[in-house]
Structures are given as C-alpha cells and as structure tokens.
Design a protein around this ligand. Structure first.
Ligand code: 13P
Length: 338
C-alpha cells in the first residue's frame, strides 16, 4: 500500500484515529485515578478492553500504539498489530522518546528520539506498524514560544517524517500548541500560524512527500485560564483560518488532538469544523483523552464493567464519526436525555 493510500485510509469519511500510545508515566497517572497499579499486565488488559471493542472499526480507522503494546499479544496469543489489521484497523506507533528541556530556554522543551530512529522504524515495520507519530510541544507564556524552540521542534518533526517515509511508514506530524495558560484565542492563532509555517518549511527542506503525511494539530483555542468566552463556531473559524494560511493542499488530512478538552467539547468543535464550507483536506480526529476518559471512568478496573466501558467507547467513536460529517448534535449525548 502506498503512503498516500494509507494516509487517505486513515482519514476515510466518518472515521478517525484512536490514540492509545500513553507512555508509562502517563498511563500510570491515568490508571492511578481509578485506583490501579500500572503493571504490564494491567496495561495490556486495559488496552485489550479498549481496542478489542466489537464494532470499533466502524468509526476508528487506525490506532496509535505505544512501543510496549506493539510488541504485546492479546490474551488469545494474537499479536496486537495483527489483531487490529484483521479487523481492518491500521496499526500505528508513537516513535518519539518524549520531551527534554531545551537548554537555556526556561520552560521550553524539544522532543527527543532521533538517535537510531531509522533502525527503530525498520523494526516497527516488521512488527506490523503502517504509520507513526511524533509529538512536539509548544507552550505559550511570557516570551514564549521562542523562535529557537519552534525551529528545534520543526527540525525534529521533519527529520522524523523523512525517516518514516523512507521506511514506508506514514508520518503523523504533531506540533501541539498547548492550551494551558491565560492567552487569548487570537494569541493561540498567531502562535499556531508561526509553528505550522515553520513545520511546513522544514518538511519541504527535508524532502518529505506531503501527500503521504497527516497533520495532527491543536485546535485554536483560548488558554484554559484566560476566561475568554468563545463558541464552537468561533473556534472552528479561527482554526480553519490558521490552517488555510499554512497547510498545503497536498496534505490529505488533518487529525486534531483533543489536548485536554472534554470529550464532548472536542466532538462539538470537530463537528463545527466539518459544518464549515468544504476544505481541501479531510478534517478528522486523533483523540486520546477525548476517547478514553469515559472508558476508564466507566471501567474503574472492574471486570463487571467491561461491557459498559466498551459501550462508552463505541458511543464516543460514533459521536466523533458523526462530527466527521458535521452531523453531530448535543441531544445525542446521554446527559441530554437525563
Ligand atoms: P489527546 O487527544 O489526549 O491530546 O492525545 C492525543 C495524542 O496522541 C497526543 O500526542
């Protein structure tokens, strides 16, 4: 399958990506919230509950796995990537090695993991992965982000994307401008514009074939402590304005991260984005928390809650599938009926 064919399959109409690639420390935090210790067996069982949900493939085109999961087998003994492919879900893998402080730039990070990346990518291909993800993080604050931080992250994303394509993997390029802070919607738009422009400049410089990539950006939002009131249509308009200024039309799809929005907020905004006049790219999702939070809460680590937890996942997947087509409505959510 060509890179373009994989990228377009990942953003097939009505479908999006489930991000289940939490690192060990992040997974430990999520499990601690429901009173569980994060052991390899618990992580495997939780992810089997999640990814083994019957019917998930109706609205989930691909799953981003963590290094540990891509090597695991389900309880039946089937390797995880093969089990996903069997059901028509494309396996992907997070290939960055997390954040490290950018020396001399307080509160700024760069993503590490370029050393030996080429060899690691080759191994992921043999394990069954068809796409990859690398996340860079940009913070808005006093004097931040600096040009140096934006450049360093764009450089790493471009080096990663070129290496992934060379090994036959579709790179999901994720430059995340965090929503933490008291900045305005307009400030987030300005920063996201510079970040995306810099990223596409570097992708071109490193000879990345954009038709075989996906962009995973933040939505343009006011900072969580800004107090600025905006509606979903304002967010959609600001986000589309930035994307139209920066993302080449040869990119097949844009898969938003949820970034700490509530599951319903993320869905409502994706819906607003898809109600706007047609855009040159598919506008889809690659949600982690916005798909998993209700599952973890419902499961609470108890065997008897498995069915309900899977229903919670299917519900969110269905809602996001509708939002992909601009056909979601608030009264489809459970609390609306309550
Ligand atoms: P969130 O949707 O929780 O932001 O996670 C998506 C992701 O994969 C971040 O890298």
């Amino acid at each position: 399958m060509s890179l373009y064919a994989t990228a377009t399959a990942l953003v097939a109409p009505g479908k999006g990506i489930l991000a289940a690639d939490e690192s060990h420390p992040t997974m430990a935090k999520r499990l601690a919230r429901i009173g569980l210790d994060s052991t390899e067996a618990v992580r495997r069982d939780y992810r089997e509950l999640l990814l083994g949900t019957p019917g998930l493939d109706e609205h989930v085109s691909g799953v981003i796995l963590f290094d540990e999961t891509v090597r695991q087998t389900w309880r039946s003994g089937t390797p995880v990537p093969a089990a996903l492919l069997d059901r028509g879900i494309i396996p992907g893998v997070k290939v960055d090695a997390g954040l490290t402080p950018l020396p001399r730039f307080p509160d700024e990070d760069v993503t590490q993991g370029l050393d030996h990346l080429y060899e690691r990518l080759a191994e992921y291909v043999t394990l069954g992965a068809r796409f990859a993800k690398w996340r860079g993080v940009i913070r808005i604050g006093a004097g931040r982000p600096t040009a140096a931080c934006i450049e360093a992250n764009a450089h790493a994303l471009a080096r990663y994307a070129a290496a992934a394509q060379e090994q036959g993997l579709v790179p999901v390029v994720e430059p995340e401008v965090l929503m933490d802070g008291n900045h305005s919607l307009e400030q987030c738009a300005a920063v996201t514009t510079v970040v995306l422009r810099t990223v596409y400049d570097h992708l071109a410089r490193y000879r990345v074939d954009l038709s075989g990539t996906l962009l995973k950006p933040n939505m343009v939002l006011p900072g969580t402590t800004s107090g600025q009131q905006v509606d979903d249509e304002d967010i959609a308009a600001a986000t589309l304005g930035v994307l139209r200024d920066t993302v080449p039309v040869s990119v097949p799809g844009i898969v938003f991260l949820s970034g700490g929005q509530t599951p319903e907020q993320a869905t409502a905004r994706l819906d607003a984005l898809n109600r706007a006049p047609a855009q040159p790219w598919q506008l889809s999702f690659s949600f982690g928390r916005a798909l998993q939070a209700p599952v973890l809460d419902t499961w609470a680590g108890l065997e008897e809650n498995r069915g309900a937890a899977r229903s919670a996942l299917l519900h969110r997947a269905r809602m996001n599938g509708l939002a992909r087509r601009g056909r979601w409505a608030a009264d489809l959510e459970p609390h609306a009926a309550a």
